[in-house]
Design a protein around this ligand. Structure first.
Ligand SMILES: Nc1ncnc2c1ncn2[C@@H]1O[C@H](COP(=O)(O)OP(=O)(O)OP(=O)(O)O)[C@@H](O)[C@H]1O
Ligand SMILES: [Mg+2]
Length: 466
């Protein structure tokens, strides 16, 4: 493992989930505030102007109430100052009256009629007043309160309206900023608690597992909260458990492989000694011993070869086949001879392979395949039974069948057939025979299958490409 990679990595402050969330929250809250801000400023302008119109209306009414509709110049001045306008005009159904005015009213730059103005218009007007500072004089028109059909007009400087609007806008803005910061902080803390912290724990667990997958104790995972993260944590925990199990199994197999190598090594030495002795046996005076000695030598040769090959490959994996062309019948006969050495305790061995049939395969490996199948069949058939081996060409393949008239593959074995170590259903069996046979056949590009089994016997079929 790369040392640099295994160091715990943390995102920089700028990239961390929490600070990104913080910034985004501030932006979103501000955005929401802008949407509130613009219409409320327009609304504020309207109510400000309505307020002024109302005051002007009141001042106008006081003039109308005076005898001869006139007041002193001084009072007029004071009224105008109090309301904050340059002049007030009132339109009554029959006449239009300039009721209050400065001696030199400034020229009007823009007229706004509040009666029935559109909302968008109001918003635009408010923004213009806030942004532009061109010191205009405005004429504002609104309904009068004293009579129907009457209206009031005021002439006023835009500056006072602008100052009020800016003041109001600033208040809203600082309030929004305050609200957004408070809500962003709350959100930040919540998300940190709900998302970022469990994520960190998840990461710490993954890192620890990566460093040492076999460690019994890893940092605790944020499970048990029922949300998406705890679901992920749950799955992670399961995956780690499975991986750990697989790892234990793999270590187990590796240890087994080493053991096999050691056994092969010493077995080869032992077999070599036996080989010397069996060569001496071929000079024996006993005719039976003399007859069987070559077969013993042949078996020992094969055993030594097998040990050497598995040593060379260093593991229990089979070396690739080294195919040659040979007559199948003689190989089947060899297997039969070996399996029925003690004729009195062996089933009958029927070699039904045609004399001229040739196969192209690794002879030693095919011998082992037939040996494993033949031994299983002989065990199933028993002394009284019969084992048959037949072969025929079919569809570019050669099918070799090993059948017996035993009592069939037991239920327990059938479930785990071809699975190493667990496939055996007999005393002293390792459950490796069929696995080895299938591996060897598959290395030849062929298949090995249980073709039929039942109370009347069993048949395994090997299919080899021609
Ligand atoms: N021809 C057969 N008839 C009945 N049962 C069979 C036959 N061939 C295999 N079996 C069953 O399948 C099981 C698995 O066979 P396999 O050859 O893989 O292992 P094994 O014979 O138990 O042990 P070993 O590794 O020593 O061969 C056997 O235990 C046996 O119960
Ligand atoms: Mg077997």
């Amino acid at each position: 493992m790369n040392g640099d990679m295994s160091r715990e990595r943390r995102p920089s402050i700028r990239n961390s989930l929490s600070s990104r969330l913080l910034i985004l929250t501030v932006i979103f809250v501000m955005l929401a505030e802008v949407m509130i801000f613009v219409p409320s400023v327009a609304r504020y302008r309207v109510s400000y102007l309505e307020q002024m119109l109302a005051e002007a209306n009141l001042a106008a009414l006081s003039v109308l109430a005076a005898p001869g509709n006139t007041i002193s110049r001084d009072l007029e001045h004071r009224l105008l100052r109090a309301v904050g306008v340059n002049g007030v005009v009132m339109k009554l159904p029959q006449r239009r009256m300039l009721l209050l005015a400065e001696e030199m009213p400034p020229a009007v730059d823009a007229t706004y009629d509040l009666r029935g103005a559109e909302p968008m218009e109001l918003i635009g007007d408010a923004l213009r007043t806030m942004i532009m500072a061109d010191g205009r004089t405005l004429r504002i028109i609104g309904d009068a309160r004293n009579a129907e059909d009457a209206y009031v007009e005021i002439i006023m400087p835009e500056a006072s309206l602008r100052a009020a609007l800016l003041d109001y806008g600033w208040n809203i803005f600082s309030l929004s900023l305050f609200i957004s910061i408070v809500s962003a902080t709350l959100l930040f803390l919540t998300l940190r608690w709900m998302l970022v912290r469990p994520m960190r724990r998840l990461t710490a667990n993954i890192l620890a597992f990566r460093r040492n997958p076999e460690a019994a104790h890893l940092p605790e995972l944020p499970t048990g909260r029922g949300d998406e993260i705890s679901l992920a944590a749950h799955e992670l925990a399961e995956m780690e458990r499975d991986l750990r199990q697989a790892l234990v199994q793999k270590n187990h197999l590796a240890a087994l492989g080493a053991a096999v190598s050691k056994i092969s090594h010493d077995l080869r030495n032992i077999l070599a000694t036996s080989q010397v002795i069996s060569e001496l046996l071929s000079d024996s005076l006993d005719p039976t011993v003399r007859r069987l000695a070559p077969r013993l030598i042949q078996s020992l040769d094969r055993a030594i070869e097998l040990c050497q090959r598995s040593l060379k490959y260093g593991s229990a994996d089979e070396p690739p086949p080294r195919p040659t062309r040979f007559r199948l019948r003689s190989l089947v006969a060899e297997v039969g001879d070996t399996l029925t050495l003690d004729a009195s305790q062996s089933p009958a061995w029927k070699n039904l392979v045609a004399d001229e049939l040739e196969v192209h395969a690794d002879r030693d490996q095919l011998y082992r395949v037939l040996m494993n199948l033949g031994r299983n069949a002989a065990e199933a058939a028993g002394e009284e039974g019969e084992v048959r081996v037949s072969a025929n060409e079919h569809d570019g393949h050669i099918a070799i069948r090993v059948s017996d008239n035993g009592s069939g593959v037991p239920e327990k074995a059938r479930e785990n057939l071809f699975r190493p170590f667990v496939g055996s259903a007999r005393e002293g069996g390792t459950g490796l025979g069929l696995t080895i046979a299938r591996d060897l056949v598959q290395a030849h590009g062929g298949t090995l299958e249980l073709e039929r089994t039942g109370p009347s016997g069993t048949c395994f079929r090997i299919l080899l490409p021609l």
